[in-house]
Structure formats: structure tokens, C-alpha cells
Design a binder for this molecule. Structure first.
Ligand SMILES: NC(=O)c1ccc[n+]([C@@H]2O[C@H](COP(=O)([O-])OP(=O)(O)OC[C@H]3O[C@@H](n4cnc5c(N)ncnc54)[C@H](O)[C@@H]3O)[C@@H](O)[C@H]2O)c1
Length: 284
């Protein structure tokens, strides 16, 4: 189902076909990153396809952008299904004729010790966080290749660089996204297609942010864990993505852009370490 919700009209996209450039954003209804990401792209003149497993939430995000005179539509899709991806991208290509930018943001987390992980955990996390971006990239390739131009950005994570307890599966999937990005950049650069990855730090939803601030008056948490004393919002991630999708980043491909407020630049203890068995006590 494609629900066309109106739009601002063409404002001079940069493509051969004319009109607004089209961005297809998976996980676009996400309350932490997805919705802010869609807003950032729409504000920079993209027609945004808010594509999400939660079709109702996708409609709401698209409607809120259209209500402000921006250009958006909603799509329901499941990135763990190749058929769903093909159908959804096919509908957008039928309606708009092109997809200039693909943003792979749909993702799931998993907090489980490595020894307790199951095969179904692996299938769920790797299926959505790593295989989904690969399948989506394959689905947009023919049209981008035919036009000789396209840009893909995947949302990775700082967990691909350094991780913490109980996060091995998520860290593995997100490290895979960084490798996939370099591989796609290598394979498809000759077709005029760029592929980059943005690694966010912690991006809380509005209720999560309120909870953190209540327990750390004065933003203490942010001072302790980030070099920049301000929470990162989905819009901040979206602006980095908008840059990478645009022609301003014409010479960037296979790149990793870390948007974490300095989180990974500072040696810090993000979670208390378990005592070593031989220690018999607290680890310092
Ligand atoms: N929030 C953070 O702190 C943070 C940090 C680093 C990386 N990330 C990554 O950013 C991306 C967005 O995360 P978020 O925190 O905004 O998550 P979120 O839970 O707020 O939103 C994720 C969205 O993806 C959708 N989704 C889940 N499975 C899907 C599927 N199979 N098909 C289509 N849509 C699906 C959900 O419906 C939801 O709208 C993820 O890839 C996540 O791993 C998030």
C-alpha cells in the first residue's frame, strides 16, 4: 500500500528526471531516530517515503510532515522479508519513477549475554539489522544503476567500534553493516552509487530523555558520558544523513561518520563490569 499524502511539489531536484529527489527511509517511524531523520530530509527538500513495519506510525509521521507543507508518503514494509521489500520499493518506483536515496534505519536491539543467545535471536537481529540493509540495497540497485546515480546510507552504531556487556549480537550485526557499506561502495561506485554509514551514539526517545534527566538533574549523565553536554536527537542524525545523501558529499563513499557527541572519543566506563570469578569481589 502506498498512501500518497500530498506534498510541497517539485522544488528543483538534481536528477535527470527532475522534481524532488526521493528518499526511501526504512524504520522511518522510529521515535528515537527514524522520525527525526525523515524530518531532516524533508526539510532539506527531499520527498520522503516513511517506510516502517508499523504502517500506522509511518502514516502519522508522513502526515505530520505534509501538514507542515513538506513532502512525504507512508509505506508499510517488513525488512526481514525480501518480498515485502521488493513490493514496497516497486510501488514507490511505480509512483515516483525513482529512488535517489536509500536510508537503512530499521533496526532492533538485543541485550543478552553471549552464552545465552539463541538461534532465533541471531535470526531476528542479524535478519533485520544486517540482512535488511543488504536486501534493500539490492532492491534499489537496478533503478539507481540505470540512472547512473544514487546514494545509500545505513544507520550503524557506536557498538561497531566498542561495545558493552550483553551486546555481542547487536555489535556483530552493526559491525557487519560497516563492512557491508564498504563492500557496496566498492562494488557499485562504478555505477555512480555511493554508500556510507552513520554511527549514532545514544539517541533517546522523548520519554527516555525525561527519565534520564529526572534521575540526573542538570544533565549530569551527558556531562559524564559525552564530550558535548547535550542529548543527541533523531534530527541530529538526520542532518548527518542528509549531508551524506546529498551532492555535497559527492566524494564520500565507504565512509563511517560517527555522530555520538564524543562518546567514543573518551575512555569511560559505560556499564559496571562484572567481577572476575577469581577476584571474588568488586572490579575496579
Ligand atoms: N537510539 C539509539 O540510541 C541508537 C544508537 C545507535 C544506533 N541506532 C540504530 O538506529 C536505528 C534506529 O533505531 P531507533 O533507536 O530509532 O529505534 P526505534 O525502536 O525507535 O525505531 C526503529 C523503527 O524500526 C522499525 N522496524 C523494526 N523492525 C522493522 C522491520 N523488520 N521492518 C521495518 N521496520 C522495522 C520499528 O517499527 C521502529 O519504527 C536502528 O538501526 C538502531 O540500531 C540507534
Amino acid at each position: 500500500m502506498v498512501t500518497e499524502l500530498a506534498g510541497r511539489g517539485a522544488d528543483g531536484g538534481d536528477s535527470i528526471t527532475g522534481g524532488e529527489p526521493v528518499a526511501f527511509v526504512t524504520g522511518g517511524a522510529g521515535p528515537r531516530i527514524g522520525a527525526g531523520l525523515c524530518r531532516a530530509l524533508a526539510e532539506e527538500g527531499w520527498h520522503v517515503v516513511v517506510a516502517d513495519l508499523d504502517g500506522f506510525a509511518a502514516e502519522q509521521v508522513a502526515q505530520s510532515l505534509v501538514a507542515e507543507g513538506l513532502s512525504a508518503e507512508a509505506e508499510q514494509l517488513d525488512t526481514s522479508s525480501r518480498d515485502s521489500i521488493r513490493e514496497s520499493i516497486g510501488r514507490v518506483l511505480d509512483g515516483r519513477g525513482r529512488i535517489d536515496g536509500l536510508v537503512n534505519s530499521a533496526g532492533v536491539g538485543q541485550m543478552t549475554p553471549a552464552d545465552e543467545l539463541t538461534d532465533s535471536d541471531y535470526e531476528r537481529v542479524v535478519g533485520i539489522d544486517l540482512r535488511g540493509p543488504w536486501w534493500c540495497a539490492q532492491a534499489v540497485l537496478p533503478e539507481m544503476k540505470a540512472r547512473g546515480k544514487g546514494s545509500i546510507v545505513s544507520i550503524g552504531s557506536v557498538h561497531s567500534m566498542a561495545t558493552m556487556a550483553n551486546s555481542s549480537l547487536y555489535a556483530a550485526a552493526k559491525s557487519g553493516v560497516a563492512g557491508l557499506t564498504r563492500g557496496i561502495a566498492s562494488d557499485w561506485g562504478r555505477f555512480g552509487i555511493r554508500c556510507n554509514v552513520v554511527h549514532p551514539g545514544l539517541v533517546p526517545s522523548a520519554p527516555e530523555l525525561r527519565e534520564m534527566e529526572d534521575s540526573n538533574p542538570g544533565n549530569g549523565w551527558w556531562l559524564q558520558h559525552q564530550l558535548i553536554n547535550a542529548p543527541i536527537a533523531g534530527l541530529d542524525i538526520g542532518r548527518a544523513v542528509a549531508f551524506l545523501l546529498s551532492d555535497r558529499a559527492a566524494c564520500l563513499t565507504g565512509a563511517e561518520l560517527v555522530v555520538d557527541g564524543g562518546l567514543t572519543s573518551m575512555l569511560t566506563e559505560l556499564s559496571p563490569l562484572e567481577p572476575r570469578p577469581q577476584d571474588g569481589g568488586e572490579r575496579t
